[in-house]
Design a protein. Structure first.
Length: 244
């Protein structure tokens, strides 16, 4: 039996089957391209945020004023949630006119969990204290409070699994760890190494609470972060202004 186009019924069925297979392959290819594009844009978003916060931190550190008030709080277990605080000199345009009385300000970087849409998102926070608040705290002898988390602090990167910082000294052999107990005269470190691990959005969406951000199996092991295709890692080494 032939159709009006001259094909037998069997030939028509085979042709339709081949067409269906080609269509399914095309849909699969488009889906793969779409998923690849999603992963790519996801990575770009993570990279943009991480680079932005590290650029801001490097700029702040380049203007840092050393002293015993500096905070180098390290959490050495699992995913790091370190805290870095220091005084720095900021120009007038970096402060609000109402709060500016000079150029000495305080900055603190830390990690905090923020509730967003019913879920918990771990964020990199930057707390900025203008010169007015800074001088008031110094006069009252309460400068340590300048480097504590504050509800007004702003998140500068989202989905931050880990923030690690290491104060360093430079000697003839290279870079070594700086420790306050080994520096009674408080010359301070020469530089700070910072490392941020950011979860891609697909992974971040699966981490719904603080416990998951701390130790979800989806994160893997902290010392194997470089092997994960769901984590982005960014690092800088920033000298202090007083370092040569």
């Amino acid at each position: 039996m032939r159709t009006r186009a001259g094909f037998t019924l069997v030939e028509l069925i085979v042709s339709m089957a081949i067409g269906s297979i080609v269509l399914l392959l095309a849909v699969g290819a488009l889906r793969a391209v779409g998923e690849g594009y999603g992963r790519g844009t996801d990575g770009v978003a993570a990279e943009r945020e991480a680079r932005a916060v590290l650029t801001q931190a490097a700029e702040d550190l380049s203007k840092a004023v050393g002293g015993r008030e500096m905070v180098f709080e390290q959490n050495g277990e699992g995913w790091h949630r370190d805290r870095l605080g220091f005084f720095c000199l900021q120009p007038p345009d970096a402060q609000s006119d109402a709060e500016r009385v000079g150029d000495l300000c305080a900055v603190v970087y830390y990690v905090s969990d923020i509730e967003m849409g019913g879920d918990t998102v771990r964020c990199m926070m930057r707390g900025f204290r203008g010169s007015g608040e800074t001088f008031e705290a110094l006069r009252a002898g309460e400068e340590a409070g300048l480097f504590l988390p504050d509800p007004a602090d702003e998140p500068v990167a989202f989905g931050v699994v880990s923030f690690e910082m290491k104060p360093l000294l430079r000697d003839a052999t290279g870079w070594t760890a700086w420790r306050a107990e080994d520096d009674p005269g408080w010359n301070g470190p020469d530089a700070v190494a910072m490392r941020i691990v950011v979860a891609r959005r697909e992974l971040s969406a699966k981490l719904r609470d603080s416990a998951a951000w701390d130790a979800s199996p989806l994160l893997g092991e902290p010392d194997e972060a470089e092997l994960s295709d769901q984590l982005e890692i960014y690092e800088i080494l920033q000298h202090f202004a007083h370092a040569s």
